[in-house]
Ligand binder design. Structure first.
Ligand SMILES: Cc1cc2nc3c(=O)[nH]c(=O)nc-3n(C[C@H](O)[C@H](O)[C@H](O)COP(=O)(O)OP(=O)(O)OC[C@H]3O[C@@H](n4cnc5c(N)ncnc54)[C@H](O)[C@@H]3O)c2cc1C
Length: 406
């Protein structure tokens, strides 16, 4: 397949069939990974598939994230899923015919408190069971990996050399280009304004252009915006948007291989292939504000000062660093930190693929493949069924994932 070009990155003029077998709402990494995998692996079964994206590609969280990919999770299911995702990433540049800037420099977690130390010990035991090569490191060993760190407060570190980073945009473009080249319709700059259930079990979608399309099945892959579509159908799911900020610095000579995470503050930083430090931090909403359904953007001085304080504490040379760009994007927070994937409560033909909090990008290669298989064959993989959207209504919430960062 030839590399993506303008014609294969979707268009506001792409002609939408009036009747679809599957409508995917949202052209972020999730929607496009599903579309691509359907077209590549299940072409005969997929029928007419369209992705409708209300803005340009990479306008949502998928174009605004830090590109971090790690197997270091607390839950064995998430570790196994991410092992699969990173394995897929090794071949994805070739498969999508686009440079993803995938670099396996590892992830280095630093623990400075007793509880952080316990968390890393617990996680490494889980990783061993799944066969992931995470190692616990003493502070001086962490220093060997990144000599610029101040490890005086570090009690223990955890390092997996197979974790890494990508540049998000080509990832999204690659999925889009190859999906379109294989017969998926990709309509951009068009919003699905309403879904109306039909007597045959499908939906009529009303679009911002005034068009209407009928779809036998619909995937809600609108990330932090998914609440609006669900609410309009009376589907009550507990995920909600959270504005997450991030920045990149002036470029430096390459010096940093792993992505470093300070467990206690939720600070993370990596060096991009262009030399910039890319860094973010856990910054809860100011106290007293109830979670809102509105997706908010914008950058704050509060973030800049918090990240600067945390970064210079862990890596003092950063005090000489100039920030170059600051931006934000929406996390799609679910209460147990795990995704929401599968048929909706009372709406079996509306499939949710949302709630990925701050880690949907890294999970998309594996999730896209498994969801596409589920849609095409009816074969639901246990890695997905644990994320059943009905778990909240039925009181089956998962144990909260221990390693949510940011
Ligand atoms: C700053 C930041 C840093 C992050 N860092 C990482 C990281 O290092 N690693 C990682 O794995 N994850 C990270 N994440 C999370 C990750 O980006 C997301 O989990 C992932 O991109 C979600 O993909 P998505 O396709 O579900 O959502 P999105 O990319 O948000 O896509 C949803 C799309 O739906 C469209 N849409 C919404 N409503 C409608 C409608 N009514 N009709 C049509 N289209 C609609 C939107 O325009 C949007 O393009 C980060 C997120 C942020 C914000």
């Amino acid at each position: 397949m030839s590399p993506p070009d303008h014609a294969t990155l979707g268009s506001r003029d792409a002609k939408l069939p009036a009747e679809l077998d599957l409508l995917i709402i949202g052209g972020g990494v999730m929607g496009l990974a599903i579309a691509y995998n359907l077209a590549r692996h299940h072409h005969a079964a997929m029928g007419k598939v369209a992705v409708v994206e209300r803005s340009y590609l990479v306008s949502g969280a998928s174009g605004r994230n830090g590109g971090g990919l790690r197997m270091q999770w607390g839950d064995a299911g998430n570790v196994a899923l991410m092992r699969e995702s990173i394995e897929l990433c090794r071949h994805l540049a070739q498969e999508l015919n686009i440079n993803l800037w995938f670099r396996q420099g590892g992830y280095l977690f630093l623990a400075r408190t007793e509880s952080g130390e316990r968390r890393l010990h617990r996680n490494v035991a889980v990783h061993e069971q799944v066969g992931v090569p995470t190692r616990l490191l003493a502070a001086r060993e962490a220093l060997e990996l990144v000599p610029q760190l101040d490890v005086s407060e570090v009690r223990v570190a955890a390092y997996n050399p197979d974790d890494g980073v990508v540049f998000p945009w080509p990832f999204v473009w690659g999925y889009a280009g190859q999906a379109v080249a294989r017969g998926v319709t990709l309509r951009t700059h068009t919003s699905v304004d309403a879904l109306e259930p039909l007597a045959d079990g499908g939906y009529r979608a009303r679009l911002s252009t005034g068009e209407q399309v009928r779809a036998a099945r619909v995937v809600n892959a609108t990330g932090a915006w998914s609440v609006a579509i669900n609410r309009s159908l009376g589907i009550d799911l507990p995920n909600h948007p959270h504005r997450h900020e991030i920045l990149s610095s002036e470029p430096l000579k390459p010096f940093l291989d792993p992505l470093v995470v300070d467990l206690e503050t939720g600070l993370y930083f990596s060096q991009s292939t262009r030399g910039e430090l890319v860094t973010g931090i856990t910054l809860p909403e100011p106290p007293g504000l109830p979670p809102s359904d509105r997706v908010e953007f914008g950058s704050s001085l509060r973030f800049l000062s918090n990240v600067a304080r945390a970064l210079t504490r862990v890596m003092p040379i950063a005090r000489h660093l100039e920030p170059l760009r600051q931006w934000s994007g929406p996390y799609d927070i679910s209460p147990d930190g795990d995704a929401i994937v599968g048929p909706s409560p009372d709406h079996p033909a509306l499939i949710q693929v949302c709630g990925f909090t701050g880690h949907g990008f890294m999970m998309a290669p594996a999730v896209g493949k498994l969801v596409a298989r589920w849609l095409a064959t009816g074969e639901a993989h246990p890695m997905l069924t644990r994320w059943d959207p009905c778990r909240f209504r039925d009181g089956r919430q998962l144990r909260r994932e221990d390693m949510i960062i940011g």
